[in-house]
Structure formats: structure tokens, C-alpha cells
Design a protein around this ligand. Sequence first.
Ligand code: F6P
Length: 342
Amino acid sequence: MTVTTQNEKLVTLEEYVIEAQAQFPKATGEMTQLLMDITLGAKIIAREINRSVLKDINSAETITEPHSFKRARLEQFAKEQMYYALNRSNEVCLMITDDMAEPEMLNEGTGKYIVVLDPLDGTSNIAFNGAVATTFSIYRRKTHPESVIDPTEALRSGNEQVVGGYVLYGSSIMLVFTAEGMGVSFFTLDPAIGEFCLSNENVSVPEFKSNFSINTSFYELWSEVDQGFFDYLTGNDNLAGKAYSLRYGGSVVSDVHRILMEGGLFGYPPNSLNPRGKLHLMYKCNPLAFIMEKAGGVATNGDVRLLDIRPGKIHYQTPVFMGSVKNMQEYSDFRTNFEDKK
Ligand code: F6P
């Protein structure tokens, strides 16, 4: 029988992680199961996003308040699905999501893993069919899995992630993740067979690209150095010798995903409305920073590596700059020269 090349090459997420598990002594079957549970939640969320317009057509609320209603409903749906997904195994002791006041214990606070996630980020994009995403980080708990966890154990630096990833619900549904001892891999959902299939392995971010992704409407509210950097990027006296292109979609995952594939710099500088930054470290920035660094890029808050920050609270917010090595070097050189000239 002749086997087609396409069939020969199909590798499902499950096959991939089981093989990876065999290579890395620290990888466990429970971790594989947990990743599969998260991706099951993501598939259900993806299906709901795809059907959301159809579902909302006949709803009274969408007629009076179309965007906010759809947004709130999908956010709630995504949170519930992830809650069910993480409850499938008995391995998760603690779950933290973006809208929780306090971490929530699962499995009565026992189990080996802590999962921090944003079930649906970028929901303002839902209104016009833009990309949204789920971001997640998995930590191994340090205390005994059979004891009831103290929720403050979740306040760990991103360096301690064992898995970091995201699912991007865009023109196709893509899972991107990395884990201890592994590179960055992309898996695309094949809706016909319901499986995430390997599409890119050991992804590395290009060293440089004359693109930046920053909400420049906050220019007047930025610090002098960030204003100066924007002026520098849009002038001619920079590394590219020409004005950089602005690529900003308003959804951090799709903006960073683009940079992962094409190169460039993503930034969310502090501004006078959000002097400590806007984006949340634990469930948004850490998984993205873990992936960016594993792909050979750099991720900082402007001064220090994001992955080195130990948050004092679960909703810790931070300035963010991440991307290609040379773009990030250019940013840090600009800051140093700016300070020196003062
Ligand atoms: O944190 C939510 C979020 O939608 C991110 O995905 C995105 O990068 C950011 O907010 C956009 O913020 P702004 O609208 O201020 O540019």
C-alpha cells in the first residue's frame, strides 16, 4: 500500500507528549494528562467561540447590548470549561484565573500541580471576530501533594513553570507550549479529526525585524524614555535605518505570536494610568515569557527578566517588553544611552 506523505507526517499532541515524556525523566504521565485536559477544555471553548454568533442571534440581551453580553457569556463559559477540565484528574490542587479574588482549591487542596490561567484573553476582540486566547502556566507544588495546599504557595516566579502555553483562537486554533527540557512547539487543531497536530517544532524567534507592537495611543501618558524610544523607532536613525512598522491587534497573545513567528518587539510600557503596567504577570506574561525565552527571544519588564519576578499577589501587573534578541538589545541600549545623556 502507498502511504501518502501527509499521513506519514501527522503527529498528534498526545503522541508528541508521550514521546517527549519518555525522553525527559522529569516529565510524568500526570503532566501529559493535565495538558490533554487543558486542550480538551480549549477545544470546547473553540467550538463555542465558533458558534457564538449563531447562538447570540436570537438572544434578547444581544439585541440590547450585543458586544458586552457576548463577551461576558464567553468569558464565563471559558472559565467553567477550564474548571471542569482541571477537575478531570485529581492532580490539580489550586487553580488561579484572572477574575478570581483568591486562588480556588480543587480536589480539596490536594494534588501535585498548581495551574494559573486566563481562560479567555482579549475578549474585546470577540465583537469583531478578532483573535482571542487561553493562556496557562503549570507549576509543580513543593509541599506534600496529600496535604492541603497553602494558597500562597502559588506566588512563584515564572522560572518555576514546568509547562507554559497558550491556545490561540484565530483563523485556525493553535496550541503553543513549552516545558522543562523542551523547545517550543505549535500544534494546529484539525477540526475534522478533533486533534491538535504538530505544525512547528523547536520554533525560534527571528533575531530581528523592524516591527513593533505597542498601543501608541498612550504616548502622552508614557515616560520620557518610552516616548523617546517610539520617536526613535519611527525615525530613520535606528537599527533598521527606516521607520518600523506598527502591528498592534490589542490581544497580547496574537501580538506576541506574530512576533514569535516574524520577529520584532512587543511592548506594554507603564503609563500614568497604569504606572506599574497593565498586563498580569502570572497568567498572561509568564507563559508568554517562558515561550519567548525558549524560542531564543528576551522578555523583561524593562529592567529585569519577567521570569525572575516573584509576585507579591496573584493579580500582579507589570510593564512588558519582549521579542527578538536584537530588538530587545536595541531597546535596552536606547534606555541606557537615554539615562547617560540625562
Ligand atoms: O489584558 C487584556 C488585553 O486585552 C491584552 O490581551 C491586550 O494586550 C491588552 O489588554 C490591550 O490593552 P489596550 O487596549 O490598553 O491596548
